[in-house]
Design a protein around this ligand. Structure first.
Ligand code: F6P
Length: 327
């Protein structure tokens, strides 16, 4: 492999708190190692359109504490096509960029793999998504902040639920994964948690709520991941329960994109910083077409294809913990 002199960094897909800390770490670590660093704005779209600017250590001042991504992000349709990727490669060549750091989720890595196959540009991935659903790492950047945002919101919802003796249905993000629902659900003491990985079934939900009510509970929180498998949306689930438990006053709260924003937690800042430094160290040692991850507190590398194709399992023990503690 040729010596790396210029690195491009981009954020792609859904933003996640801590992405800025990762950009900062990539830029400063590059500068530390005598490498020029370029910010590619708006993800792969910016590669195609040439939205590329040099970044130095001072360009990333005061961003470690900021949510969102200073590089902006996008989901780019044009990059799905070979033609689009060819255009992107042309731009990259104009800037003589000889390696890429892609911060994003599995969609972003799928694009990265194709790009590598066609143009052989060394690429390294950093997992940034609130969903925590990337194979090859125990934590993705943004997950910890998101679950803390959810817990804080549910603490507030609980206050009003208790005051009115209400049953609240709260929807959290997670189109394909229940990590946010399960972890924040336990953290916020939710009575029931519905996730995409397990079909709880509406009858079991009703039974369980009836048991809780009989045991003296006057209010409850049911946490639902947006991708849950009951086949009904949160409003349908809520009205089904309301029809079957008419003595309960039911309310629905969809937390939505509030979960994607906000100042990253210290955990996410440290994770992003470690991942950014490790990504540059690994690139310089000749690793490419891999993703950095964290496993048992240690930084690890895994093939990008695994990150995309592998499946992260839900921790079944968490389901048990939730069931035991929500009696
Ligand atoms: O970042 C991942 C995610 O939060 C999913 O859980 C969610 O379904 C999706 O993003 C929604 O993203 P957008 O509104 O940007 O399409």
């Amino acid at each position: 492999m040729n010596k790396i002199r210029k690195i491009g960094v981009l954020t792609s897909g859904g933003d996640a708190p801590g992405m800025n800390a990762a950009v900062r770490a990539v830029v400063r670590s590059s500068v530390f190692n005598g490498i020029e660093c370029f910010g590619i704005y708006k993800g792969y779209q910016g590669m195609i359109d040439g939205l590329i600017k040099p970044l130095n250590a001072r360009s990333v001042n005061n961003i470690i504490n900021k949510g969102g991504t200073i590089l902006k992000t996008a989901r780019c349709k044009e990059f799905y096509s070979k033609q689009g990727r060819k255009k992107a490669f042309k731009k990259i060549n104009e800037y003589q960029i000889d390696a890429l750091v892609v911060i994003g989720g599995d969609g972003s890595f799928t694009g990265a793999i194709k790009f590598y196959e066609e143009h052989k540009l060394p690429i390294i991935g950093i997992p940034g998504t609130i969903d925590n659903d990337i194979f090859g790492t125990s934590f993705t950047i943004g997950f910890d902040t998101a679950i803390n945002t959810v817990v804080e919101s549910i603490d507030k919802i609980r206050d009003t639920a208790i005051s009115h003796n209400r049953l609240f249905f709260v929807e959290v993000m997670g189109r394909d994964a229940g990590h946010i629902a399960l972890n924040a659900g336990i953290g916020a003491g939710a009575e029931e948690i519905l996730i995409p990985e397990e079909d709880m079934g509406l009858d079991r939900l009703l039974d369980s709520l009836r048991i809780s009510q009989k045991s003296g509970k006057t209010s409850s929180i049911v946490m639902i991941a947006e991708g849950d498998k009951t086949g009904k949306n949160i409003f349908e689930i809520a009205s089904y329960v309301e029809n079957n438990m008419p003595d309960y006053e039911v309310r629905v709260s969809v937390l939505g994109h509030i979960q994607r924003g906000g100042r990253p937690t210290c955990f996410d800042r440290v994770l992003a910083s470690r991942m950014g430094v490790y990504a540059i160290d690994s690139l310089l040692k000749g690793s490419h077409n891999v993703m950095v991850g964290i496993n048992n507190q240690k930084m690890v590398l895994s093939p990008l294809v695994d990150a995309v194709k592998g499946k992260t399992d839900i921790n079944k023990n968490l389901i048990r913990v939730s069931e035991i503690l929500s009696i």
